[in-house]
Design a protein around this ligand. Sequence first.
Ligand code: 5GP
Ligand code: ZN
Length: 112
Amino acid sequence: MENCIFCKIIAGEIPSKKVYEDDLCYAFYDIQPLAPQHFLVVPKAHIAAANEITEEHAALVGHIFAVIAELTKELGFADGFRVVTNCGEDAGQTVKHLHFHVLGGKPLGSFN
Ligand code: 5GP
Ligand code: ZN
């Protein structure tokens, strides 16, 4: 989608530090890491946010979580990590292309 930062990153028009890529998704390190390990996984298809996920995306979302499990193993922090997706302004979503933050590499503390 035009003027979408993450679509431009997927297309290679904006540089990024790639972690992983396949036909369905792209993973890259967050430019402002909030933990020793912090990467984002995005679908290649432009979906604006988690509130636009439908049953049609079930396989895609499942695939992304399988990729996350694999990548955290490869990067050595599969024992403890957090997956976060911010949806909408109240949640602080700043980029309107669905993305899953994967955070780890230190004790993250209680979420609630
Ligand atoms: P949100 O706040 O929407 O959940 O998360 C957006 C994330 O994207 C932020 O953590 C921010 O640091 C990251 N981000 C924004 N622009 C870029 C960029 O151009 N490159 C990379 N690697 N990360 C970005
Ligand atoms: Zn996009």
